[in-house]
Design a protein around this ligand. Structure first.
Ligand SMILES: Nc1ncnc2c1ncn2[C@@H]1O[C@H](COP(=O)(O)OP(=O)(O)OP(=O)(O)O)[C@@H](O)[C@H]1O
Length: 315
């Protein structure tokens, strides 16, 4: 039995246009989300994230392909598994004149779970202290946290969040990210869709990257980032530093009057130069996020290159 919480194979979605043509939103997507932790579902706007999530939740019908949630085929067995899934895909409807707490209590009653779970949900999303204020007085970030609290009432094993930080101010973004990280650490599997690379890097343990409805790469965030790091090295005399670094096994590249050097250990880079009497005036990490990797993948996709071989080269 697979320990994947979400699995899709060859998932495809075509939308018919009014003029008789069709637009392919999802192209044969193979998605594999392991149990536990926060899995990023990263792609630019319009890359097919929401459409994929809607299909998983039975809100849109795939044109082709198969999907499984907790090993069960969906939509066929969705009724059996949907109780284990919480999702914030669109803004939920809360009563503006009731407090956040009252809204959750009503919801708990409606879905038949004990109202005692309301306290835990409020605490998890850090709305304690504001839970008795009217919903309409909440900031966007608080409204989003209440939406997450609502999904927690049924104590889901899988939480699907579609761009939950969209439209929030920096404080709201920080709070939601902390909440998501805490949830991932508590044992819930979270699928976090996002078009923000830094968000996936900060919050997620593993990720799937898509572009134009196609899989570009998937794996642990650390591995997606690549093994080594590159540094920008500023020295007074490039011509003196290059042979010293080359002799020590590095492959320095001179770019715009500075050196770019791949190294896992910046301290030894510094020592090699210092031992040759070369004192560096700057050592800065060049690539510490998914940005360049993502751009490389999406450009390759747009050019129709063999994305699989690009992925292997980076992994
Ligand atoms: N109901 C629909 N009818 C026609 N085209 C659609 C429909 N829903 C989505 N699309 C198209 O499918 C593509 C993927 O859209 P989708 O919303 O899934 O992307 P996304 O990655 O979630 O982007 P965003 O972050 O902007 O929501 C887009 O080109 C979009 O215009």
């Amino acid at each position: 039995m697979s320990d994947l919480v979400i699995e899709t194979t060859g998932l495809r979605k075509e939308f018919r246009s009014v003029r008789g043509g069709s637009r392919v939103a999802v192209h044969g997507l193979d998605l594999a989300v392991p149990a536990g932790g926060v899995h990023g579902f990263l792609g630019p706007n319009g890359s097919g994230k929401t459409t994929t999530i809607r299909m998983l939740l039975g809100l849109a019908r795939p044109t082709r392909g198969t999907m499984r949630l907790f090993g069960e085929p969906v939509p066929q067995r969705l009724p059996q598994v949907i109780g284990r899934v919480g999702a914030v895909v669109e803004s939920p409807k809360f009563s503006p004149n009731f407090s956040g707490r009252r809204n959750l209590q009503l919801l708990a009653g409606a879905i038949g779970v004990p109202t005692t779970r309301v306290d835990a949900a409020i605490e998890t999303v850090k709305l304690t202290g504001r839970d008795k204020d009217r919903y309409k007085s909440y900031s966007l970030g608080m409204k989003q946290r209440l939406a997450i609290a609502a999904t927690l009432l049924k104590e889901p094993d899988l939480l699907i969040l579609d761009e939950p930080t969209n439209g929030l101010d920096p404080a709201g973004i920080r709070e939601i990210r902390e909440t998501i990280r805490d949830l991932g650490e508590s044992g819930v599997t979270v699928l976090l869709s996002s078009h923000i690379l830094a968000e996936v890097q900060q919050v997620c343990t593993s990720a799937t990257i898509i572009g134009n409805g196609r899989l570009l790469a998937s794996g642990k965030v650390d591995e997606l980032l690549g093994g080594g790091s590159s540094y920008r090295v500023v020295v007074p005399d490039l011509a003196a530093a290059i042979p010293v670094l080359t002799a020590a096994g590095y492959a320095p590249a001179a770019i715009d009057g500075v050196l770019h050097v791949d190294s896992d250990e910046p301290a030894s880079l510094t020592r090699v130069l210092a031992e040759a009497g070369i004192w560096l005036s700057e050592l800065t990490p060049l690539r510490a996020d998914l940005e360049s990797y993502f751009l490389q993948l999406t450009e390759a996709d747009e050019l129709g290159h063999d994305v699989a071989s690009e992925t292997e080269a980076v992994a």
